[in-house]
Design a protein around this ligand. Sequence first.
Ligand SMILES: NC(=O)c1ccc[n+]([C@@H]2O[C@H](COP(=O)([O-])OP(=O)(O)OC[C@H]3O[C@@H](n4cnc5c(N)ncnc54)[C@H](OP(=O)(O)O)[C@@H]3O)[C@@H](O)[C@H]2O)c1
Length: 259
Amino acid sequence: MRVLVTGATGRLGRVAVPRLRDEGFTLRAMSRRPRTGDGVEWVTADLATGAGLAEAVAGMDAVLHLASSPNRRTHDIDVLGTRRLAVAAGHAGVRHLVFVSIVGVDRVPLGYYRHKLAAEQVVAAGPVPWSVLRATQFPEFLAGLLSGASRLGPLVGDRAVLAQPVDSGEVADRLAVLLLAGPSNRVEDFGGPEVLRFDEAARAWLAARRVRRPLLPVRIPGRLGRELRAGGLTTTATPAGTRTWADYLADTYGGTGGR
Ligand SMILES: NC(=O)c1ccc[n+]([C@@H]2O[C@H](COP(=O)([O-])OP(=O)(O)OC[C@H]3O[C@@H](n4cnc5c(N)ncnc54)[C@H](OP(=O)(O)O)[C@@H]3O)[C@@H](O)[C@H]2O)c1
């Protein structure tokens, strides 16, 4: 199966490309900048302008759409860019568009999530048969949040927010299964093996890095806080990933990761 991977240089893309390649998919990897390597063909295209998209999708059986821009021009890139991609793929006769979204996009009132939900709707209304997989947070994302939350000294956060980190490699494996299954529309969400409170995740992260920091509790106000504390970012769907937060911490910082 010939598959275009958008966002191939991103956190998930960097893991998915070698895994899918090794499973026998013929990959074309997309980036805004010219690249080579990883034993796959690279193509340059930009979702914000549409430049290069027709060439990128030409001759592909499927598109695995991982590209996203959470922090800038999100509407242009995630919503309109997804539409540009879907239209180009439709013209090229692509038979399956697989889109990765996030658990909670329809629940948690964040600007980025509104755009992800709109992009899901673009995929569903588009010309190419589709699958959408919502995943929970990657542990690297949670670690980045914790880093940001402790930049000024104490680790500041809402202790009761619930998270469910999922290994990006396990998400990539799930995506391989979806590619082989063919268009399935919205499939079961995919989360990590455990739901953690923010303070539990933070303590394990500090211990793994052998850093001592006081936890300074704040309460995220309003509906955002309520949804985050009520598990808006989590799922009970099965199957789920098996790699835990402690596994990630052990791999990243050594030691036992607090196990
Ligand atoms: N991070 C999480 O915890 C998480 C959890 C669940 C689901 N997801 C979803 O999983 C997907 C991958 O996330 P990620 O964390 O791997 O993303 P990421 O690391 O932020 O990577 C974003 C990718 O998007 C590409 N991109 C950005 N702007 C572009 C544009 N204008 N045209 C073409 N490509 C563009 C970048 O490619 P170049 O810079 O090479 O052009 C990069 O490869 C996203 O859809 C995200 O919403 C993420």
